[in-house]
Write a new protein. Structure first.
Length: 131
């Protein structure tokens, strides 16, 4: 299982994004794996479509392509601890926590700080330029 960050989803969906080609290659290479979105990531991915008036269509497309994680009552406590330890922004903490909580093998992201913190915790990262 892979947990997707907003940066990867945006790059995948936007041909003008600088990471679009890399995002497409990752998507093709991982087509047989489940990709999980946290509801916070799902919401982040819907901001631009909401501004453009295509929210319903974008939400349906994302729901068809990705599994949406379930929220659990202990998540905010894990997020607080992880944010205090990592200094990541909360949306990135949510991605990292989701990967750890669900036992994902990797995170798909183009965010260097998230990449570093994920690798510190033994996760593979797909998409980052940092090695």
């Amino acid at each position: 299982m892979i947990v997707a960050d907003t940066s990867w989803i945006v790059a995948l969906r936007d041909p003008d994004d600088t990471h679009h080609t890399d995002a497409t290659v990752i998507n093709e290479a991982t087509a047989s794996e489940d990709v999980l979105l946290h509801p916070v990531t799902f919401a982040e991915c819907l901001v631009a479509p909401a501004r453009l008036g295509v929210l319903d269509e974008a939400a349906a497309t994302l729901r068809a392509a990705f599994e949406i994680a379930q929220f659990d009552d202990d998540a905010p406590i894990r997020w607080a601890l992880l944010r205090a330890e990592s200094s990541l922004r909360l949306p990135d903490v949510v991605v990292l926590d989701t990967a750890l909580h669900y036992g994902a093998r990797a995170i798909a992201t183009f965010d260097d700080r998230l990449t570093s913190r994920a690798r510190d915790r033994g996760l593979d990262v797909l998409g980052s330029s940092r090695r």
